[in-house]
Each structure stands twice: as C-alpha cells, then as structure tokens.
Design a protein around this ligand. Structure first.
Ligand code: PHE
Ligand code: ZN
Length: 850
C-alpha cells in the first residue's frame, strides 16, 4: 500500500463541492477477491462551486473502464482518486472497478466477515468501493443492484425486485456516500413490524447467521420498536421507509452504523439472551439500537456538511439516546452512569495530549476523531443548551431545526442559529464549547452575612495542545441550598457563569446554608469545592438531588483514597457510616445504592492525584483500593449477607431496570463479601447461576481474590462455542489479574487457539482489559507496555482503525514517574518507527508524544 505524506485538513479551508450528484446506479457482482462494481453517476456542476475541477475519491480500486456520456475516457488515476476532463453541463460518469472484499482486513469499505459480505463506509470507506465524491455534502438518490450467489442481498431503502442470485434496492432519500450499505450472505431474519404515527407499515428485521444467534434477537427487536415509538412521542419524528433492517456482523470496528434503512451492528451490540448477556450488555444494546435508529433523523435526514461537524449528528444523537435510556430505566442512575463515563474517559482525553475541541479545527485522519469528546462532551453541550433555554425552548429549537434543515448537510452554526432564532438568546459565548478544548475548572468559595449567602464561582480552562489561552465559557451551574437539618430551602436554580469570576447572592436566609452545587452534573466541568468530610457525609445523607447525593459519596471516597495513597491514613469513620446508611436505606433504589457502593476506578484516583499536582503511583493506588475494599467489607460485615439475600431475584431472568438494579447491588455486595468469606458465597452463586449476569459477577468476584480456577475452566468448556461469551472469558482474566501478573496473563491468552487479532472484539477483549487493569498496565517492569506495543505493531498492518484507537492506552504517559514515562515513550517510539505504519496510527502516536 502506498501512503502519500500525511496531509492535515483544516475546517477553515472548506469549499463547496464542484459537482453535485443527482442519482447513482450501482451494480455489484460479488466475488470474494474479484468483486466488480459498476457505477453510473449523474453529475451536474454546482452553481455554488468555486472551482470546476472534477475529482473523484478512490482508494485501492482497480479501474477497469470509465466513460463520460457513453464515451470511453482514460482518467488520471492516483492512489487517492481520479481526475478527468468533463463537460460544463450535466453529464453521466460511468466506471467499472474491481475490489477484493476477502482480503480487506481493515473492515472499511466492502469486506467479508464469516462468509458474509458487508460494508462500512463512515467516514471515508465508500472510496474503497468505487470512484465517487466521497464527502457528506454530496447527497444523492441511490439505486443498487446486487448480484451474488447468496440467499440474502440487502441495501439501503426499499426493495424493488429480486430473483435467483440478484436483488435491487432503491433509496428515495438523498444521502451522502457514508450512509451507503450492502450486505450479502446466508442469513435468517427475526421479523416484526411497526406502524408509524403517520400510518406507514414498516417491516422490521434483524438478520443473523443461522444457528444460536437466531435466539438472541428478541430483545433488540423490542428495543427497536420502543425507539421508534419514543422518537415519535418525544421528538415528533416518524420513520420514512417501508423497511428497516439490522444486520449483526462479527467483525466490526465500532459499535454499530446508522446506514439509511440498513443499520449494521457489531454482533456484541445487538445479540443478547439471558444465558449469554449481562444486564450491562442488555442496557448497552438497548442504547445502541436507539442511537442508530435516532440517527435516521439526526444524521441521515439532516447530515453534516463536512467531518468537522461530526458532533452535529453524534452529540445530538448521544443526547437523544441518553434521554431515551433515562425514560426507559430511570434518570438518576442514567445521569450518574453518564457522568462516570465522561469523567473517566472524556476528562482523561481532555486533560492529556489528545485534547481537542468538540468541533476540531483540523485533522489528518477523521477516523481518529470518533472520540468521547465529540460524542459524550458533544452530548453534554446539548444538555447545557437545554438547561439554558428550558424544555419549551429546546422543543421549539428542535422543531425549527427539523423544519429548516431537513435534507441539508448542516453545520454547528446552523444548529446554534435555530436556538437563537427560536428562543432569542445570544449564544455567541456559548459557542466556545465547540471550539475550546479542555475541561473547565470551577472553584467555589462562599460567605454568609446578615441573611445573605454569597457564592463566588471562578472558572479556568487549562491550556491544551494548540490552545494556550482560554476565554471564559458560558457555564450553567445548577445550585440548590439545604439547611442544617437537611431540608431544601432554595430549590435548584441555574446560575449562569459567564465571567472569569462571578458572585451570586441568595437573600433572606435564616442561617448559613449547605450548598449543593452542579446538581445533575449541569456542566462538564471539574468542580473544585473544598468541603470537610462531615459536609460531604451530610450531603450524601440528605441531598435531594440524586446526582449530587451520589457525588458527595464519590468525593468522600476519592478523598479517603487520596489520603490512603499519600500517607497510609486510616479512613475517616464518617465515610463508613455514610456508606452503611445508604446501603441499609431500603427506601433507596438498589441501583442507586449499588452506584454509591462503587468506588472510583484506579484511573479516576490517578486523575484526581494529577489534578492535585501529584505524581500518581498506580501500584500504591492499587494497594489503597484493595485495602479500602477490605475495610469496607469488614465494617459492613454484619449488613452484607442480609442485603445480599434481600437482593435475590426470583423467577426467570428479565433484563428490566428493576431486577438489574437488584442484581447490581447484590453483586457489589458479593464482591465485598468475597474479601472476607474466602469466596464461599461467590462459588455458590456461580454454581446456581442461570444467567450471565450472575455467572460472570460470581466468576469475577472469585478471580479477584485469586480463586475460581475451576470455574474458569468450566466456563470455557461451557461457552467455547459462543464468541461473545468467550470475549468475556478473555477479558475477565486480564481485568482480574494481579499487577505483576497482568502482562503474563494477557500474553498467555494471545497464545490461546481462540485468540485472533482479525476480530476487533477479541483483540479488545484482551487489550482493552489490559488498559483497564491500571496497575497491571502500569506495572513498573514495563511488561504490559511492551506487550501492547508488540501487538499494536502487528495489528496496524491489518487494521489501522482499531490500532489507532488502542494506542490511546498510552495517552496518560506524562502523568507518571520517569521510569514509567521512559518505558511508555520507548514503546510509543517503537510503534512510531514501524516501517509503513498507517496514517491513522502515525497521527495518534505523534499527537500522544506531543
Ligand atoms: N456513526 C456510528 C455511530 O455513531 C459510529 C461509527 C463510525 C461506526 C465510524 C463505524 C464507523 O453510531
Ligand atoms: Zn452515532
């Protein structure tokens, strides 16, 4: 493969396409290594264009022939595309190319997975299928004919006709090439139907390979129907084709893809049964199905002008799927889950060498910008907008957005303008959230005098790569006040912090209140609020805002861990008492109690230490976490078995939020109990488990205390036929390995006959777990760094996208001591020095090294 020198692309350089496409006719003659793609594209000059140059993207294509208006032509072909002289008037461009799906291990473009043909075109995969203006602002009506000796042949839109070995599809909705999809294979469908509020009968299918997977579709189908209904009820948006297909694919780089009418899913993001999927898997599947379905309006009907606008569709669609999950499963727990993810992953990204704005200003490889910042921080921005304009304002703005921009390839400016036009607010300062990287830090001080309570908020956003100076942001800070008895005296109000320093006054109070700040995690900021353990314990016991109630416990735990790491300090009794009170409080939702009982992760602790100006030692953090877990177990010794018994769920397994919450609490308790009962209860649970949630939690509890070897073997025997369950088996062993042992365990697993780096799920099972085991990954020997580097070097030659994503395991290298820094830098240097390293991985390593 030839790689041109990596080129940086800038948002400011955007120019409209020179030619627009009215319609495309594609014919596929499928064959594993010699698929022919015949394209007939109707072009016309774009009146808005600044140039008349005709350029079509195309990579790794063998051009067989080309013609313009029926006359053969010989275009100039380069590794990235072709140019050609064309008329000044509308014309037809035809081409025939040959491609090789069988050998396409990058899983981008047309490829094969377990004998099935499938495509992945976002962001720039269509150019590996045929010559085309592969950019999202070129939208066209597609007609597709597929020829292949396979029972099922699918593409976007509605089916037109089919016969032995062929099928034709037509998608009436103009779309960019990145939403194109094709599937061919021996598949069976789980079928259902949905009637839209407009009276359209829609056929629904989930397509899987014949066999076990057929019995794992029912939950996903239910989630799809719930999503369709929800988008009608909440956003007034109905589905717009006669058929909606989902296909499960085993080899897939991401979670799933929203291709128009033909969503393609990583099988891990759609297939579930009680026996094989955990509660967390069920919840994730429901959310991803919703996410992809919601893209039909926010992504497909309104798409992005260019890839810098990625957050336009992703931030909004994540926000919508979060709202949906909240409605389905409870808003308090959902908000906490989302904040945990944001802090663990997005704050980490935003605080390191990979920090970038939600709308980046430049990129080398767009695949490297499908990040937690674009997705999750992008969703936080929508949440803040909604908080600022209110629910009615939000609804008006969204209605205007769909009205005004249906059929458009839009920008963030368009998006913000609908909010300004619908609500009259000036969002000039707010727009900085899209342009400025880094997590703002908001510091709180307060004073009480003569019935007046004054809160002073100071904001500061640290420098990030390429952005040394930061301006003040527009930050909605939700605040409520409690009195000393824990009664709410000032209900939640939104303070709009717009200045570097700003004081807000609450008048006419009887005494100094306790402030509950950043309720509901009203903005993605780090809150610096010095409070005593007693104040935190008070909020943990009394706050009326569930998020802040949980967060008080979290801050308390973080302080305790911090002290233990720094000087082996014995935890404050207030901490154990606070935990015990929440644990025993039957009025509280079990899911909420489980969240309070969940300690910050070791990486969270490392981040907190960095925020406090210290160099974290992952080994010491690991020991502190272990010691604290044991002390909690000892303090709550009498309570744990009782709660465990109360949380037992009887009857057949159902994945609903209520039973999942009970299992979550029961299994947190089980993990603690195992630290003092030698794993007796966990072994019993393992033996009795009739569902994967209980089975896996028991196995994890055993492995974490160095037991469970028999169970591990039994698990493998039981599940060796199931790829998704075996991913858990691979991952869990690495997650639960002791620090000095982690690299060995991971290395041993890569030698297992079922390990393959061609399957991203399997590769991530081992190496995602290696990153997640913080002390094991950062073992001072450097063994894990070396192992990961070795494998990433191998994987890059096959699958650059997944390699580039996984290199981010090293993005925190600057936090650590010189030994670890040197070893990580050496590993990164080794990757960087690999001959013909992909553009994807090169960009990431370069940015990480800084
Ligand atoms: N657009 C997909 C989503 O958000 C993600 C994706 C990106 C999938 C690139 C594949 C490739 O749901
Ligand atoms: Zn998405």
């Amino acid at each position: 493969m030839q790689n041109a020198a990596p080129q940086t692309i800038y948002l400011k350089d955007y120019t409209p396409p020179a030619y627009l496409v009215d319609s495309v006719h594609l014919t596929f003659k499928l064959a594993p290594t010699t698929t022919r793609v015949i394209a007939r594209i109707a072009f016309r000059p774009n009146p808005q264009a600044q140039s008349r140059e005709f350029f079509l993207h195309g990579e790794q294509l063998r051009l067989i022939s080309a013609a313009i208006d029926g006359q053969p032509v010989t275009p100039d072909v380069t590794p990235t595309g072709l140019t050609c002289a064309v008329p000044n008037t509308p014309f037809i461009f035809e081409s025939e190319v040959e491609i090789s799906p069988q050998t396409n291990t990058a899983l981008e473009g047309l490829y094969m997975s377990n004998g099935m043909y499938c495509t992945q075109c976002e962001a720039e995969g269509f150019r590996k299928i045929t010559y085309y203006p592969d950019r999202p602002d070129v939208m066209a009506v597609f007609t597709v004919r597929i020829e292949g000796d396979l029972p099922v042949l699918l593409s976007n839109g509605n089916p037109v006709a089919k016969g032995e070995g062929w099928a034709e599809w037509h998608d009436p909705w103009p779309k960019p090439a990145y939403l194109f999809a094709l599937v061919g294979g021996n598949l069976v469908n789980h079928a259902d139907s949905f009637t839209t509020m407009e009276g359209r009968d829609v056929a629904l299918n989930i397509w899987v390979r014949p066999g076990d997977d057929e019995h794992k579709c029912a939950f996903g189908m239910g989630a799809l129907k719930a999503s369709m209904k929800w988008d009608e009820d909440v956003y007034g948006r109905a589905y717009d084709l006669d058929i909606f297909n989902i296909v499960a694919v085993d080899d897939f780089n991401m979670g799933a893809m929203e291709n128009k009418g033909l969503n393609i899913f990583n099988s891990s993001a759609v297939l579930a049964s009680a026996e094989t999927a955990t509660d967390a898997n069920f919840e994730r599947i429901e959310a991803i199905i919703a996410h992809e379905y919601f893209h039909n309006w926010t992504g497909n009907r309104i798409t992005c002008r260019d890839w810098f606008q990625l957050c336009l569709k992703e931030g909004l669609t994540v926000f919508r799927d979060q709202q949906f999950t909240g409605d389905m499963r409870g808003h308090a727990a959902k908000r906490i889950d989302d904040a945990v993810v944001l802090r663990a992953h997005q704050f980490r990204e935003d605080g390191g060498p990979l920090a970038h704005p939600v709308r980046p200003a430049s990129f080398v490889e767009i695949n490297n910008f499908y990040t937690v910042t674009v997705y999750e921080k992008g969703a936080e921005i929508i949440g803040m907008l909604k908080r600022l304009v209110g629910d009615d304002g939000y609804k008006k703005a969204l209605d205007l957005y769909f009205d005004r921009h249906d059929g458009d390839a839009a920008t963030i400016e368009d998006w913000l303008r609908v909010f300004e036009d619908a609500t009259g607010r000036d969002l000039t300062q707010f727009a900085l959230w899209y342009a400025q990287a880094g997590t703002p830090r908001v510091t709180v001080t307060d004073a009480f005098d003569n019935g007046n309570y004054q809160l002073t908020l100071t904001q500061m956003t640290p420098p990030t790569p390429g952005q040394p100076e930061k301006a003040a942001m527009h930050i909605p800070v939700a605040v409520g006040l409690l009195d000393n008895a824990g009664k709410e005296i000032v209900p939640t109000r939104i303070l709009e912090l717009t200045e570097p320093v700003q004081t807000f006054t609450f008048e006419g109070l009887a005494g100094k209140p306790v402030a509950s700040i950043l309720r509901g995690f009203s903005a993605p900021v780090i809150l610096d609020h010095t409070q005593t353990n007693a104040q935190r314990a008070f909020l943990l016991a009394h706050d009326t805002d569930p998020f802040n109630r949980w967060d008080a416990g979290r801050a308390l735990a973080q302080d305790v861990l911090h002290d233990m790491v720094r000087d082996d300090k014995v935890p404050d009794a207030a901490f154990f008492d606070g935990l015990a009170a929440v644990l025993r409080d039957d009025r509280l939702d079990p899911a909420f109690r489980a969240l309070v009982l969940g300690l910050p992760s070791q990486d969270d602790t490392a981040q907190a230490l960095v925020d406090a100006g210290q160099t974290p030692d992952p080994t010491a953090i690991f020991q502190a976490h272990e010691a604290l877990g044991l002390q909690i177990a000892q303090h709550l010794q009498d309570t744990l078995p009782r709660i465990y018994a109360q949380m037992a769920v009887t009857g057949p397994y159902t994945p609903d939020a209520k039973s999942a919450g009970k299992r979550a609490l029961g299994n947190r308790v089980l993990a603690l109990m195992s630290k003092i009962d030698g794993g007796r209860q966990a072994a019993a649970q393992y033996a009795e488990a009739d569902n994967m949630t209980q089975q896996l939690a028991a196995l994890g509890a055993l492995l974490n205390i160095g037991k469970g070897l028999d169970e591990l073997t039994a698990f493998e025997t039981q599940w060796q036929h199931d790829r998704l369950v075996m991913d858990k088996w691979f991952g869990l062993q690495v997650t639960c390995a002791g620090p000095e042992n982690t690299a060995n365990v991971a290395a041993r697993l890569t030698a297992h006959p079922a390990f393959t780096m061609k399957n991203p799920n399997r590769f991530r099972a081992v190496f995602g777990a290696l990153k997640a085991n913080a002390a094991g990954f950062h073992d001072p020997s450097g063994a894990s760094y070396d192992l990961l580097a070795d494998w990433l070097i191998k994987l890059d030659a096959l699958n650059p996208q997944t390699t580039a994503r996984m290199v981010t395991s090293f993005d925190t290298w600057k936090r650590y001591d010189t030994n670890r820094q040197d070893k990580m830098r050496a590993a990164l240097g080794r990757i960087a020095g690999t001959p013909s390293l992909s553009r994807d991985t090169t960009e990431m390593v370069t940015r990480i090294l800084g």
